[in-house]
Design a protein around this ligand. Structure first.
Ligand code: PEP
Ligand code: MG
Length: 590
């Protein structure tokens, strides 16, 4: 695409609602592209020495290789490597990279690879085949130096210019977790699904997100070009005109006003208009977001995704470190209930150095409880930390991705072992703790009667339940049309689980992304769900949806939904109902 200054409209898939305008910031566009980020003034020297070290390591490699070639009497090869050494030490290259790092404050690999690309263009325009061949040498060197640089880089969205629209091939949960709401105006990716963990974090932070959008740096006239993104519709406008910016402002004002109006509902009870109380709790990923929990009027924390305490780290934190974190949270929420889910690792949430056997699809592999039961030391230290922190509050433990009764039993046995150890060591811990089981796999839904007998509550994780019921990778944007939370099978499974929980007299919560979508609220209530756990910023919206329905109307809606045979029909019905009940919601009705 050529560089143009007129408006370009691209439509992607809406992932996280909200609208924003900002400047493009390209962040790892593909495996072949160097990550691009801004380094702070203090880190410029560090960045330059990183480049110098990479050159030095590459030089040592070449010298070693050259020695080997000489020993094997491959003189021609050794001479080519001489040329490589010369190019690598050529100030035209090294000084240029260093100057450019100082000048642009961009990271070394980005600057280095951009320069190499410039050389490439120049060499390609030369007719003489000798010079054209020399470019291959440069490419070879480039790969070597880049390899060293990329190994030592710690790419982070924590330090980027304010108001950036981050454009990436895909984002990981920890990328999104590191992004600061004030700096990141929006995310645009080429791939990544609506319930990927990056999407969940973006929604929790209120960062608009559109995926499946094909944008590359050549689309932009210059570095200051603006982008307008509408995370409700998936619309992206590059180089927006004054008129579009005006339109953006109007939409933004409307969305803000709606949010403020919703906020007023936060102190009101989450009650249907026929007086039925629904418990609305918050999902928590980043400990820093704890303050939000209270401000949005949550009952407590219905799902703490504990793996986020180390996702951008390299190893599992030791028991004492975890204990301090859990204790701090428990004390900070001051008496509110909290459900700590044990580490959900694997799938799209990996530790940097994690040794998870990753043959095949990680979502169908040694994920979560399977991993924890095979790494009993890791699991036990987490259970011990939670049991100790629970002394200060109302804490429950939730086991994710249970797929068989035996897994729940083994997890409970390990918990008893942890308690016995703490007793023997004379440490303070709770002797009785509420235990919950996540229903995220169809097998668990089908045996929810058996599971319900062995625990104190159930929590339905619809993000995974949809993925595993429909055999659709939740992170794969290309399959999004198959990823349907309104699929009749999913709704029947939810109904089945709720019926079993009720039958065994234990509570059941829904904590997947559908809990934060007000179009689903009457259906879930109608199916008998009494508790929802969701990103705290959506609690007022869901409270409003609860207050705009009655349990009678919700039950009738659920009955009607259960007679429909396709996901599309059900979604249409839920959308129409919501439009009728809450027409003023410009966030979901657009
Ligand atoms: C779910 O699967 O719905 C869930 C809440 O867990 P997570 O999104 O963390 O996999
Ligand atoms: Mg899950």
């Amino acid at each position: 695409m050529s560089k143009v200054t007129e408006e370009i409209i691209i439509t992607g898939i809406p992932i996280s609602r909200g609208v924003a305008v900002g400047k493009a910031f390209f962040f790892t566009l593909s495996d072949d592209d160097a990550p691009e980020f801004v380094v702070s003034h203090d880190d410029i020297d560090h960045e330059i020495s990183r480049f110098q070290r990479a050159v030095e390591s590459s030089r040592e490699d070449i010298l070693r290789l050259q020695k080997k070639l000489k020993e094997e009497r491959i003189d021609e090869g050794a001479e080519i490597l001489d040329a490589h050494l010369q190019i690598m030490q050529d100030p035209l290259l090294t000084v240029a990279v260093e100057t450019e790092i100082r000048h642009t404050r961009k990271n070394a690999e980005f600057v280095f690879e951009s320069l190499i690309k410039k050389y490439q263009k120049r060499f390609q325009s030369i007719k003489d085949s000798f010079f054209r061949e020399r470019f291959k040498d440069i490419q070879d060197i480039s790969r070597r130096v880049s390899g060293y640089l990329r190994q030592s880089v710690r790419v982070s969205l924590a330090d980027i210019p304010p108001g950036s629209v981050v454009i990436a091939e895909d984002l990981t949960a920890s990328d999104a977790a590191e992004a600061r709401g004030n700096d990141v105006a929006a995310f645009i990716t080429r791939s990544g699904g609506a319930t990927s963990h990056a999407a969940i974090v973006a929604k929790a932070k209120g960062i608009p997100f559109v995926s499946n959008a094909n944008i590359d740096p050549s689309t932009f006239a210059n570095e200051d070009s603006l982008l307008f993104i509408d995370g409700r519709t998936g619309e992206i406008v590059i180089n927006p005109s004054e008129e579009t910016l005006e339109k953006y402002k109007t939409i933004q004002d409307k969305v803000d006003q709606h949010f403020q109006k919703m906020q007023k509902a936060r102190a009101l009870p989450a009650e249907t208009y026929d007086g039925y109380h629904i418990r609305l709790s918050a999902n928590l990923e980043m400990v820093n977001d704890l303050d939000l929990i209270r401000s949005y009027g949550s009952h407590g924390i219905g799902l703490f995704r504990s793996e986020y305490i180390f996702l951008s780290g390299e190893e599992f934190p030791p028991e004492d470190v975890q204990y301090e974190i859990y204790k701090r949270i428990v004390q900070k929420i001051n008496g509110m209930p909290i459900v700590i889910r044990t580490f959900d690792v694997g799938g799209d949430k990996q530790l940097k150095n994690q040794q998870i056997p990753d043959k095949g699809n990680p979502f169908l592999g040694c994920r979560t409880l399977r991993f924890l039961l095979s790494e009993r030391g890791v699991f036990k230290s987490q259970l011990r930390a939670i049991l100790r922190a629970a002394v200060d509050g109302e804490v429950s433990i939730l086991f994710p991705m249970v797929s068989a009764l035996s897994e729940l039993i083994q997890a409970k046995e390990l918990l008893s072992e942890a308690q016995e150890e703490l007793e023997a060591e004379g440490l303070d811990y709770v002797k009785k703790i509420r235990l919950g089981c996540m229903i995220e796999v169809p097998s668990a839904a089908v045996i929810s009667d058996l599971l319900a007998r062995e625990c104190d509550f159930l929590s339905i994780g619809t993000n995974d339940l949809v993925q595993y019921s429909l055999a659709v990778d939740r992170g794969n944007q290309a399959l999004q049309k198959y990823y349907s939370p309104t699929h009749p099978s999913v709704i029947r499974l939810i109904k089945m689980v709720v019926a079993e929980a009720n039958h065994h007299g234990i509570p059941v919560c829904v904590c997947g992304e559908v809990a934060s979508d007000p179009r689903f609220t009457p259906l879930l209530l109608g199916l008998g769900v009494h508790e929802l756990s969701l990103a705290s910023r959506f609690i007022p919206t869901i409270k409003n949806a609860v207050r705009n329905t009655s349990i009678v109307a919700a039950s009738q809606l659920a009955e009607k939904v259960l007679t429909l045979s396709s996901a599309e029909e059900i979604m249409e019905l839920l959308t129409d109902e919501y439009r009728n009940n809450v027409p003023e919601d410009c966030f979901f009705n657009c």
